[in-house]
Design a protein around this ligand. Structure first.
Ligand SMILES: [Zn+2]
Length: 111
């Protein structure tokens, strides 16, 4: 609900690209206005990265934890200047967004 409202507000403000990242059914992280460089990882149907969700208790003492963290692991070594990609697995929608990844296994659309 909050994410839907933000997406509409961003569109009204002329922010064409939002960076709303679903963690689970109830949690969406909004990196539209702040976040690290990982928010600019492009989609590709043949991915080089895998995504795993983990609770931050794995990295910090419990008293310092209040939010979930996104952790992205590489499936393979990453060369200097190599583009890293990720399959965003957008939900299926009627209005399709064409995929431009150009890989052999491209599904043709992002959603
Ligand atoms: Zn593709």
């Amino acid at each position: 609900m909050v994410a839907d409202n933000r997406e509409k507000r961003y569109a009204q403000q002329g922010i064409g690209s939002s960076y709303l990242f679903r963690v689970d059914h109830d949690t969406i992280i909004d990196a539209t206005k702040c976040g690290n460089l990982a928010r600019f990882i492009n989609h590709c149907c043949t991915v080089s990265l895998d995504q795993q969700w983990c609770t931050p208790e794995m990295f910090y003492p419990p008293e310092a934890i209040s939010q979930k963290k996104i952790v992205i692991y590489s499936k393979q070594p990453i060369a200097v200047n190599e583009e890293i990609t990720y399959d965003y697995k957008f939900p299926l929608e009627e209005n399709k967004i064409p995929c431009l990844c150009g890989t052999e296994n491209c599904r043709g659309t992002l959603n």
